[in-house]
Design a protein around this ligand. Structure first.
Ligand code: ZN
Length: 273
């Protein structure tokens, strides 16, 4: 009995793992995944930063604060630190293997752009990076996202991609194989923070769900919203298309946390190792 009490006391003294529904759903600590950390039960939300960027903090089940940290694809396996109220909190990043994908494009400019297109790509990248870095105080309406379209998943997140034999950036989002014109719905409430017609992404919409949790939808045939619009969960924001660097109509959806693109499948409960 004494031993049991001792063990219980020791157990309680150890940092508790976040274990509510959202924690279990989202905690996938791999490159391109998410780490969920228990921050305790202070009366006010602690502030947390990862790699210098503010991190999403919510209260789970009305009890403990949890940090939901996006882990960039390029992160090495091993120990990582999140700064919480000036103190370091450690977590481990495990290994995840990403497959290769080979794509043939007719338009060689989309593989090796000329100087004029490179200048355009650089401008557009800066604009989109700024959107991903936005951190608004809004609390996400739901962390278990609705699928933005109903349809089969096609290309998964993280594929190492070769266009006409040349390696380019890995696949930063999740693709759905759905026909041209399919309406795209907001997977959670949010504010439209950027729309554009980009060289690679084609017609694109960025939605801020709050605290650095940002969705991007691209290759649209039509955009039905404008910057500043407030979207309810399920609101239609545009239609599926094949604009930009796309071999055919499909929806490409990015999810970003603290400026790290992470696997959207995690947020719809479809994560596979
Ligand atoms: Zn894609």
């Amino acid at each position: 009995m004494r031993l049991l009490l001792l063990l219980l006391t020791l157990g309680l003294a150890l940092p508790a793992h976040a274990e509510g529904f959202i924690s279990r759903l989202l905690n996938k600590p791999f490159p391109g995944g998410v780490a969920v950390l228990d921050l305790g039960n202070a009366s006010q939300a602690p502030t947390a930063r990862y790699q210098g960027k503010p991190v999403l903090v919510i209260r789970e089940d009305g009890k403990r604060w949890i940090a939901i940290v996006g882990i960039p694809l390029g992160t090495k396996q091993g120990a990582q630190q999140v700064e919480v109220e000036g103190r370091n909190l450690g977590f481990e990043v495990g290994e995840r293997h990403y497959r290769e994908q080979r794509i043939t494009l007719k338009n060689q400019q989309q593989v090796t752009p000329n100087a004029k297109n490179l200048a355009r790509i650089e401008r557009e990248l800066a604009e989109q990076t700024k959107a991903y870095r936005l951190f608004s105080p809004r609390q996400p309406s739901n962390l278990l996202f609705d699928k933005p379209v109903n349809g089969p998943l096609s290309s998964p997140f993280g594929l190492r991609r070769f266009f006409n034999g040349e390696e380019r950036n890995p696949h930063s989002g999740l693709d759905f194989a759905v026909p041209q014109g399919t309406p795209i719905k907001a997977p959670a409430a949010g504010e439209v923070i950027l729309v554009g017609d980009y060289f690679f992404n084609g017609r694109t919409v960025f939605v801020d769900h709050g605290q650095g949790l940002i969705s991007m939808f691209c290759h649209l045939s039509q955009i039905d919203v404008k910057v500043g619009d407030s979207l309810q969960r399920g609101a239609v924001l545009g239609k599926v298309g094949a604009t930009g660097r796309a071999t055919g109509p499909h929806l490409h959806w990015n999810v970003s946390l603290n400026d790290a693109r992470v696997d959207p499948a995690i947020f719809i409960g479809a994560f596979k190792r």
